[in-house]
Structures are given as C-alpha cells and as structure tokens.
Design a protein. Structure first.
Lengths: 229, 297
C-alpha cells in the first residue's frame, strides 16, 4: 500500500501519481499523511482506488472524483467532492460549506455536520449527512438526493428543481419554491437505500424523516419531461 | 481573499511563545494576503500607564523625537521596532503627550493605545512584516493578525489592519463592506474621524461609536449585523480576550480550534497546523451571525 507523506512529498506529486493510475492498477489502496489543510488533495481521480487521508483537508478535496473512494479521517474545507461524477467520498469529521456542490453522481457521506450551502446546485449526487446542514443547502438543486439526519438551516432547497431532500430533524425555513411533500412508499425505499449506502444501519426511524422538494412554480417544468428527472 | 488569525492562551505556560506562534500563523497566509500585514499583541502592562504605538515614515529618527518629548515630560520608556515605536506613559500624562506629539511630529500616527495592546502594521509580505517588527520575540496572553489582499482601497500602511476601536481594542476584517461610504458619513456626523477610505476602518469606527453609546463590545458586534452590509468575518481584540463574528450568509471561510491551553481562529485550518497539540484539538466552523467571545478573567 503506497503511503504518501505530504510533509515530504508535494501535493502536485501526489495528485500526479494518482492521475497516472490505470483503471486496472494493482496499487488500489493509498494512504496520505499530514494533509495539514492543503487545498485540492486527491482531486480529479478517475481510477477505482481507495485513498485514505489522515487529517484535516482544505478546499476542494476529492473534487471531480470519478470511480475512486476517498476517505477523509478529519474535517474537510469548502467544496469537498465538488462536481463529483461517481465513486464515494466519506468525511469522518465535519465539512465546511458547499460540500458536494454541483455533484453529478456518486455518494458523499459526512459523519459530522456540513456548513452552509451543502449540495448547492447538485445534479445527481447522493449526499448523506449524519449531523446537520447549514443555510441555503440544496440551493438550486437539480437532481440527486440529500439526506440529513440532523437539522437544516435557513432557506433549505431555495429555487430547487428535482432533487429529493429528506430531513430527520428540524428545518429552520424552506427557501423559495421548496415545499414539504408526502413520504410515499417509493420514497421510504429510496431513503432506506441511501441510509444503507451511507452506513446508517438501524437505530434510525424512516418515518421520522420529512421529505421536501420543488413546488414547480418557479421554473418551467413540463410534465412531458418527467422521464428525464 | 485576505487572511485573519487570532490566538488566545488560556493560561500562562505558552505566553513566551505567543509571538512565535502568531508569526507562524500569519506566514501561512502570505498567499491569501500578500499586500500588507499587521497584528495586535496584548502583553505586559505597567501600573497606571498607557502604551501608545506610534507609526512613522520609513527611516524616521525616533531617538530624536523621544529626546524632544523627554525634555518636556521626563523619562519615557520606549521600544523602537522598525517604523513603529511603543511609548509607555503615565495615565495622568497621556493627553499632554498626545498634544505634544501632534505639535512636534504631525507625520506620526498613533495606531493604537491601551494598557496592554501594541499594534504593528506595514505594507509587504506577512512573513517579512512579522520579522521586521520582531513578532517572534513578543510575549503576551493573546494576539490577532491580518494579511491583506487589497480590494476596496489602495495598498498603503493606513489601509493595513488591525484598526483600533478604542483603548485596548482593535479589529481585523476579512471581506468587503458595500455600505461603508454611507456608514462613514453617518459616523462623521457623530463626530468620528477617519484616516482612510478603507471599508474596514468604518467597521472599527462603528464599534467605537456603539461602545461610546454604552454598548459592550459583544453588543456592538451584534448591532453591526444590521448596520453593516457586505461580506465580513471580524475578529476583535480586547484587553482580556478576543471575539469573532461572521456575516449572516457566511461568505468568508472561518475555522476555530481549542485545546486545554489555547483557543485559535484562522480563515483556514492551514494557519493552525503548527499550534501545539493541534492533532488533539477540537476543530469547528463558527456559525454565521453568531458572536463568539473568549476572555481570561
């Protein structure tokens, strides 16, 4: 297992090594030591490898991730897993603002809290936050799912399109065009799948969640396009 | 951009290292603010005395100035650090000294005054500025600092932070205020004076005014949430501690950390990585529109 110490290896060297990995590489498990809050650690990965980072990271960690699994044993700065395509990013601590921003796919799991704007403009990513999320989370969220086991801050889902939001705790306020919707069987099934994917096994009552989504008054939704969402 | 840092020591064991630790924190943010840097250190106090921090143009003859001042008022303990000098003066003689400074040396600016606070700020890279003033050798209970990437006004020493808000009080600001001209006009009507066109000086002036009206610093920070429009994270220093406030939409990043021995603030976690026992620290992001205050009693 390659272990890269960022106290002695530069960030560019690390990211270069990870970018050069072929999809069938045998070096499938990497450890990164001493991240010391540096920005853009393990961004742009596109091979199915596991990268474990031991400590707190700065901006944009695991951004644009494709197929890789990145585990952060610490807190993440702004924009963790931003624009993720696929794969999984797991933050064991808290995440700063804009976690999972514009994410197209894959799964982002945050064990602690996420700050403001979690899932802003998400486009297909699934995000499971075991703590609470800050204000303006899921702002203009287009597709994908945001699951929050704690509370949500002000203006949840402002100007939302077709993303699904599930919150177990309180919601300080809903943003423009975001409304509560019934938790039907297909939503319970979806939520159950997301919680299992996020490693939340048992102890969580699915009936305790409330679902939020778009009232579809603010954007030009047409029922004929429903299959596209 | 810009970077701000603050370090508050909970007990005495690290006080000799305060300057070294703060210099490390400031140096990290050379990339966030390469234009100018400044810091306020809360160190020893002399009973019944004030410390005045004076700033002069480059290559100024402070020794000659001290000689002239001492001729009129007797011995004045002082420390010269590059373009700044800290004079300790008996409380009873402070006003007379300020008047005499005004007459004798109009080119001198008093950048800060207090029982314990000393302020230093200059144009240049933060690590260089810290070295020029000998920050690593300074001791104290707490300190705040700022590295500036100029946006709203020119790169000048006058535009460098911290800005003083009264005796032993100062403010550093990360962000930009959008209504600073209107607030400045209003504050001028209340008799405040401003040395620059800088938006952050207006924030400092606003706190000064509110506290003059009888509010505590805590309350003044709360009041600023409605009066000041724009992006900001403020860190304010007082004689006994420091406070943090982020704007309601949390435009600017902020991280705090705490151990048994210290509480620290940084625009990013990077600034905190060399603090003692950081790996065991509790690290969190301060909530928007929430005043955090740490004081030593």
């Amino acid at each position: 297992m390659p272990t890269i110490d960022l106290a002695t290896t530069s960030l560019r060297e690390l990211n270069g090594m990870l970018h050069r990995l072929q999809r069938d590489t045998n070096e499938t498990h990497w450890r990164v030591l001493n991240p010391r809050g540096q920005h853009a650690i393990a961004v742009g990965l596109d091979a199915p490898v596991l990268v474990e980072i031991e400590g707190h990271v700065g901006y944009y960690c695991a951004g644009m991730n494709k197929d890789a699994m990145v585990i952060i044993n610490g807190n993440a700065g702004p924009g963790v897993a931003e624009n993720m395509m696929s794969g999984q990013v797991h933050v064991k601590g808290d995440a700063s603002q804009s976690a999972g921003a514009t994410g197209q796919g894959g799964l982002l799991v945050i064990d602690g809290n996420a700050a403001a704007r979690c899932g802003i403009s998400m486009k297909g990513i699934d995000i499971v936050v075991k703590g609470s999320v800050g204000h303006l989370s899921a702002f203009m969220a287009q597709a994908g799912n945001l699951v929050v086991l704690g509370d949500a801050g002000e203006a949840l889902g402002d100007s939302i399109y077709e993303a699904h939001l599930y919150v177990a705790g309180s919601v300080k306020s809903l943003g423009a065009d975001c409304i509560e919707k019934p938790l039907a069987d297909q939503h319970r099934a979806e939520l159950s799948r997301l919680l299992a994917a996020g490693g939340v096994n048992g102890g969580v009552d699915i009936s305790g969640f409330r679902r939020y989504g778009s009232a579809r008054r603010l954007y030009h939704f047409h029922i004929d396009n429903i299959g596209s969402y | 951009m810009c970077g701000i840092v603050g370090l508050f020591l909970k007990h005495a064991s690290l006080e000799r290292e305060l300057g070294t630790l703060l210099a490390g924190m400031l140096g990290t943010f050379c990339d966030r603010g390469p234009d100018s840097a400044g810091f306020a250190v809360y160190g020893d106090e002399t009973p019944a005395s004030m410390k005045l921090t004076l700033r002069a143009p480059a290559h100024y003859d402070f020794k000659q100035l001290v000689k002239q001042l001492e001729n009129a008022s007797g011995p004045l303990p002082h420390v010269i650090r590059d373009t700044h000098m800290v004079i300790t003066v008996a409380l009873a003689r402070e006003q007379a000294l300020r008047r005499r400074l005004c007459d004798l040396a109009p080119e001198i600016t008093i950048v800060g005054a207090g029982r314990r606070m000393e302020i230093f700020k200059e144009v240049g890279r933060p690590d260089v500025v810290a070295r020029r003033f000998g920050l690593p050798g300074m001791a104290g209970t707490h300190a705040i600092g700022h590295t500036r990437m100029a946006t709203e006004s020119a790169v000048t020493t006058d535009g460098a932070h911290p800005f003083t808000t009264g005796a032993d009080q100062c403010l550093v600001h990360n962000g930009s205020l959008s209504n600073h001209n209107a607030v400045r006009r209003e504050l001028r009507r209340h008799g405040l004076t401003f040395q620059t066109e800088n938006d952050s000086e207006v924030a400092a002036g606003y706190m000064t005014w509110k506290m003059r009206e009888g509010l505590s610093l805590d309350q003044a920070l709360q009041a600023s949430l409605t009066a000041l429009d724009g992006f900001y994270t403020f860190v304010v220093g007082t004689q006994s501690g420091f406070g943090v406030l982020r704007d309601p939409i949390a435009c600017k990043p902020a991280v705090m950390a705490e151990t048994e021995k210290w509480v620290a603030f940084g625009t990013e976690y990077r600034a905190l990585v060399d603090l003692p026992a950081i790996s065991a620290a509790r690290v969190w992001e301060p909530e928007p529109a929430t005043v955090y205050f740490r004081e030593r009693h």
